[in-house]
Design a protein around this ligand. Structure first.
Ligand code: SAM
Ligand code: SF4
Length: 371
């Protein structure tokens, strides 16, 4: 979609787009304007007031999940969105088309667990036809074995599979449900289906699974899967996060490099991705670290999110959300959706502010936002 006529902008500004958090949440914090804050551009790519161009969209298709990982959901008592509040596939695709027109080139489908949403293969097919350069999905892997071939045939390019332990008992303790063997099989199924490279997401929690860092490094070396060590973030629904539980990227890299020398990988198309990449110097495989807590990468962040109920969220750690569901539920409002997208991105803050004294945990936890 090209430039929008000024009269349409004025009309759109009267549209009741709401900045909101959850009912029980603290009042949304004010969006601080950036240094270059001037008039929001009405043409060109999706840019924020700090000049960061946004091209990566995470789409959450559900807040539900068949697991209850300790760092994400509570064991009991999670409340989920009623079905009527979830965006339909047609609405998601409408949003994706507008985003594509504004320069979004890569899409990741996530949740909750995206594979528990019925018909997700059809959604992948629809999104593939929009023509993104990259179309990926993050899953807990419990049912990927069943879907891998169909997802690949529908146009999915690759998957990230979450797996935090290679020990069956510990896996089940961390994820509270599910079996390791199924997840390992699903990674094989993904490779057979051509959903490569398979990335393995490992959230490390100090004293829980950080004694497996070298085991995961060996998995990367032996299989060619790219293991990504993710720092535990204050996005768990239980509110158990503490800084002492974070295993930092430096610690991970130090331990692995002490056994197998590593070299930084730079200059690829993934340079703005959250993970810093490293290859083993002997040529056997690659790992990544996602250092959101110890080394925030906000300065190069190019990501935005669409939540399962149709709100644009410009940062995992900000409660500022812009609901576009009402726009997506009616045909012919693409220009208003475009303006909403531009406004949401323009209002993004410089950084997540986790180290600032006034930092508040986001009201919504990871599975509600879409990780
Ligand atoms: N259910 C899918 C899965 O587990 O892969 C997709 C959604 S999940 C919210 C996306 C990613 O967020 C997973 O890799 C998960 O391990 C990660 N995650 C969840 N809670 C987290 C937290 N508090 N800190 C860091 N990563 C977290
Ligand atoms: Fe479910 Fe993924 Fe959250 Fe685990 S991390 S509870 S699999 S949404």
């Amino acid at each position: 979609m090209g430039r929008v006529a000024p009269e349409r902008v004025r009309a759109a500004e009267t549209v009741p787009v709401t900045l909101r958090g959850r009912a029980a949440s603290p009042a949304p914090r004010r969006v601080r304007p950036g240094p270059a804050a001037g008039p929001m551009p009405l043409g060109g790519p999706l840019v924020d007031s700090f000049g960061r161009v946004h091209s990566d969209l995470r789409i959450s298709v559900t807040d539900r999940c068949n697991l209850r990982c300790v760092y994400c959901m509570p064991e009991e008592g999670m409340t989920f969105l009623p079905g009527a509040e979830l965006l339909g596939f047609e609405e998601i695709v409408r949003f994706a088309r507008v985003a594509r027109g504004l320069g979004v080139t890569s899409v990741r489908i996530t949740g909750g667990e995206p594979l528990v949403r019925r018909g997700v293969v059809d959604l992948v097919g629809e999104l593939a036809s929009v023509g993104f350069e990259d179309l990926a999905l993050t899953t807990n892997g419990t049912s990927l074995g069943r879907f891998a071939e169909d997802l690949a045939a529908a146009g999915l390019r690759r998957v990230n599979v979450s797996c935090d332990s290679l020990r069956p008992d510990r896996y089940s303790e961390i994820r509270r449900r599910g079996e390791l063997v199924r997840v390992l099989e699903s990674m094989d199924a993904a490779v057979s289906a051509g959903l490569v490279p398979v990335k393995v997401n490992v959230v490390l929690v100090a004293g829980v699974n950080d004694d497996e860092i070298l085991d995961f490094a060996e998995l990367a070396r032996a299989t060619g899967r790219i293991v990504r060590f993710i720092e535990y973030m204050p996005l768990d629904a239980d509110g158990s996060w503490r800084r002492e539980l974070v295993v930092t990227a430096d610690e991970v890299l130090g331990r692995i490099a002490g056994r197998w020398p590593l070299e930084a990988v730079t200059g690829g198309p993934d340079d703005r991705a959250p993970a810093s990449r490293f290859r083993f110097s002997d040529g056997h495989g690659e790992i990544g670290v996602v250092a959101s807590v110890s080394r925030p990468f906000c300065g190069t962040c190019n990501r935005l999110r669409l939540t399962a109920e149709g709100s644009i969220r410009n940062c995992l750690f900000s409660d500022d959300e812009l609901s576009v569901r009402h726009l997506l539920r009616t045909e012919g409002r693409e220009e208003e959706i475009e303006i909403a997208l531009r406004r949401a991105v323009w209002g993004k803050r410089a950084g997540h502010g986790m180290d600032e004294p006034d930092f508040l945990r986001p009201a919504r936890s990871m599975s509600m936002i879409g990780g």
